[in-house]
Design a protein around this ligand. Structure first.
Ligand code: ADP
Ligand code: ADP
Ligand code: MG
Length: 739
């Protein structure tokens, strides 16, 4: 498909829409959006999910809502609109013209080229789209313009309702510096050390010393973990102040900074609040979001294992006090850090629907988007605090297109060649996503693929379902973080609820990798390794049976051509090999490895992508990613990809004469860990660098990353300069050992 990139965006013209959608033969309604075929989930499903909703059909409601967002959150909001009988309008950038949110909405309007600065962040285009389609309200989702009070004000000027808090509340709370001031006045306990805006790096060092190290340096306008650095000494304060300030300027267009005490090993616990325009405010209990990388959440759960009813009530009350203090009138989230003594400190308030809102919906049965639409229309809350309980337990894993083996997750891009969500596994699984097979995860937007949410009657039940769901979630074509998520949900400390924001660093001190530099991240215990070896042998056996029953592409009858007992040499990459003997009997394989005997049910065939045999009685899932006739088999097992070779004994004996793979040494070079733009280079040829000293700053996915030397050395070559674009694994600087 081709776009005519020179075509001017004349308001929101049909030409552009037709251009984008020419292959889909949409019905065009002149001058406005496009009506497309939509799919929807059944009403009973929605009613079952949101069981705690008091909903009168006769209550006045918006007639048409425009969703100023993309991806999963746009789909999420449209879903509720459909349920309520409200018409929905999607907006989209050129690259998103085939996205599910566009198809799901009743109408769709193109608002510009791919970069968000030219589409999803252009207020004028969105207001124009709302006017042209006759939308009476706009839901902003999260990110983009959701916390932008100018956007809210602009809509109001045009008699369009902003589905979110009033712009005064956004102004007072959407900013970390201002909201801390207000919180202090409202007697909400705040993180010690905060004292307004910090102007220069000299001020930063002075204030940091007054507070006492460690300190947290933050952008007042920050969000999504961006523009934030911990500092343990004066040097780190200077560097962190500079990097965070630059990051804040380029990401948020606002580089005001603050410093506060760094709370060591806290939990992140936040409260969902819901308020109306009549002074009512309730809290819908907490979510614990301590599992974070780079100060960004990856796994969340509700409720928290750490809160007793008294602490919950105290925190919930402070959250609603803060909301009342500013006349808050929508859904919002009050974030706290809580230390091991259960002292809690206000962190910030997010004046929007939060990414992890589904876990609250799962335990309270309240549709938060519905409530946001109701209160924006002026209706009072129908729930009182007593109506809000906690039913069961909910866990959310954020499935990201990122490489968990690099810094717990560096963004990656690609096309979803194969994509199947595990919703068929159980009705206690919810997948909130805005992608489908064939979708592209691009550099333009957030790299989240899906929010995988499970509910259980208790925490372990929810976690067990999560393991099952992760095992059967098929994603191919992009690198994703399921290996890490799967490992965490069964990790002992996590299972015991012993979580802090330091969890990842403490549980995986060397980063998320154990054993091998290639694929192997999860260290299998011996029984898991044996199951994998046994399964690999079974797959190889079935493969041999299949190939022996074909001659020149013709099926021949050969039940006797393979001996029913076979012995293989099985090597799992990065671990010792096993001698595996196997016999096929009726519907089972009997597998012997050393002293161990395993029974593997023969209930799978090789055309399936998820194989789920029972091994000695327990159902175990293996995703078969690849297999060759020579016995090289690739499985995804416990989330991680394993390369396994299954060789006949003769072949194994020969393979010892094969040449060894050479592992390259990366310590002499500084390589780009991901694609990006070089912001600055701190060294030139001949300079001395010491281990850990900054060599250059790479901007990627709006983050400024300081790349450092891994050893003390002399700079031999500098291959890029500031402003250059680098690809993943490009060598930016070469080092030479001192001799
Ligand atoms: P939540 O707090 O809802 O769990 P995050 O804080 O990670 O989630 O942010 C939610 C989304 O909004 C992310 O996609 C993030 O990139 C984006 N985001 C958050 N704050 C801002 C901001 N001030 N400006 C731009 N994008 C933001
Ligand atoms: P964002 O707007 O990016 O969400 P927050 O202020 O909410 O920024 O902080 C995000 C995360 O950073 C927190 O959940 C916590 O893990 C960490 N963090 C922030 N401030 C502190 C602090 N003062 N001490 C310790 N950790 C902090
Ligand atoms: Mg936050």
């Amino acid at each position: 498909m081709k776009f005519n990139m020179n075509l001017r965006l004349k308001g929101l013209t049909v030409e552009r829409l037709t251009l984008c959608l020419q292959n889909r033969q949409p019905q065009v309604s002149p001058g406005h959006g496009v009506r497309l075929l939509s799919t929807s989930k059944s009403l009973s499903f929605m009613e079952k999910r949101y069981w705690n909703t008091v909903f009168s059909q006769s209550e006045p409601k918006f007639s048409k809502v425009l969703i100023a967002n993309r991806g999963e959150i746009a789909c999420r909001v449209i879903e509720t609109c459909r349920h309520l009988g409200i018409k929905s309008v999607a907006v989209y950038s050129e690259v998103d013209c085939f996205a599910p949110h566009v198809r799901l909405a009743d109408e769709a309007v193109c608002i510009g080229p791919a970069p968000s600065s030219q589409s999803y962040l252009v207020m004028e285009n969105i207001v124009e789209a709302a006017k042209n389609t006759g939308a009476d309200a706009v839901h902003p989702g999260y990110g983009f313009l959701s916390e932008n009070m100018d956007f809210a004000a602009k809509l109001t000027e045009n008699n369009i309702v902003f589905v979110g808090p009033n712009s005064r509340a956004i102004h007072m709370l959407g900013d970390k510096i201002e909201s801390k001031r207000i919180a202090k006045e409202a007697n909400v306990s705040i993180v010690p050390g905060f004292d307004g805006e910090v102007q220069t790096d000299d001020d930063a060092v002075r204030i940091a010393n007054e507070i006492g190290y460690p300190v947290m340096i933050k952008a007042s306008a920050g969000g999504g973990g961006k523009g934030m650095r911990i500092a343990w000494n004066d040097d780190e304060t200077r560097q962190g102040f500079r990097l965070s300030k630059n990051e804040a300027k380029s990401s948020f267009g606002d580089d005001r900074m603050l410093i506060e005490k760094y709370i060591d090993k806290p939990r992140h616990i936040e409260f969902q609040v819901m308020c109306d325009q009549h002074g009512n405010a309730i809290y819908l209990n907490e979510r614990e979001c301590s599992i974070q990388r780079r100060n960004q959440k990856v796994i969340e759960e509700a409720p928290s294992t750490f809160l007793d009813p008294e602490t919950r009530a105290a925190m919930g009350t402070q959250a609603t006090d803060l909301a009342r203090a500013v006349g808050y009138d929508s859904a919002g989230t009050v974030e706290f850090l809580i230390d091991s003594e259960r002292n809690f400190y206000f962190l910030e308030m997010n004046t929007r629907l939060q990414v992890e809102h589904p876990i609250t919906e799962m335990i309270t049965g309240v549709d938060l988007v519905h409530q946001m639409l109701r209160v924006a229309k002026g209706h009072p809350l129908t729930h009182t605090q007593q109506d809000i309980g906690i039913t069961g337990w909910a866990v959310e894993c954020r499935v990201y297109a990122e490489d968990p083996f690099k810094g717990f997750g560096l963004p990656s891009v690609g096309r979803l060649n194969k994509y199947k969500e595990p919703t068929h596994v159980s009705d206690k699984i919810r997948c909130d996503s805005g992608v489908e097979e064939g979708s592209e995860i691009s550099v333009y937007y957030d790299s989240m693929i899906c929010k995988l949410i499970t509910h259980g009657h208790d925490r372990q039940d929810a976690l067990d379902t999560m393991s099952d769901a992760l095992d059967q979630y098929e994603i191919r074509g992009v690198t994703h973080n399921i290996p890490l998520l799967r490992d965490i949900v069964q990790e002992e400390r996590f299972k015991a609820g012993d979580t802090t924001t330091n969890y990842l660093a403490e549980v995986y001190p060397e980063g998320f990798k154990v054993g091998h530099y290639l694929m192997l991240s999860k260290q299998l215990n011996s029984s898991e390794a044996m199951q994998l070896a046994a399964m690999a042998a079974c797959v190889r056996y079935k493969q041999d049976v299949r190939s022996s029953s074909f001659l020149n592409n013709t099926r021949i009858k050969t039940s006797a051509s393979l001996p029913s007992k076979q012995t293989f040499r099985v090597d799992i990459e990065g671990s010792d090999g096993f001698d595996v003997s196997l016999s096929s009997e009726n519907d089972n394989f009997q597998v012997t490895i050393g002293e161990e005997h395993l029974k593997v049910t023969d209930n799978f065939n090789l055309s399936q992508s998820v194989l789920s045999p029972q091994i000695s009685g327990d159902t175990t899932h293996f995703q078969l990613l690849d297999s060759s006739p020579t016995g090289h088999i690739k499985f995804r097992y416990f989330g991680t990809v394993f390369d396994v070779s299954v060789l006949t004994q003769d072949f194994a004996a020969m393979s010892q004469y094969m040449k060894e793979k050479v592992v390259p040494d990366f310590s002499g070079v500084v390589v780009a860990p991901m694609p990006g733009i070089v912001k600055s280079v701190a060294v030139s040829v001949g300079d001395m660098v010491s281990e850990g000293s900054e060599v250059c700053v790479l901007e990627a996915m709006k983050m400024q990353n300081s790349l450092t030397a891994s050893k003390t050395a002399k700079v031999k070559k500098v291959n890029f300069k500031a402003g250059d674009t680098v690809g993943e694994s490009d060598v930016i600087v070469e080092l030479e050992d001192l001799s």
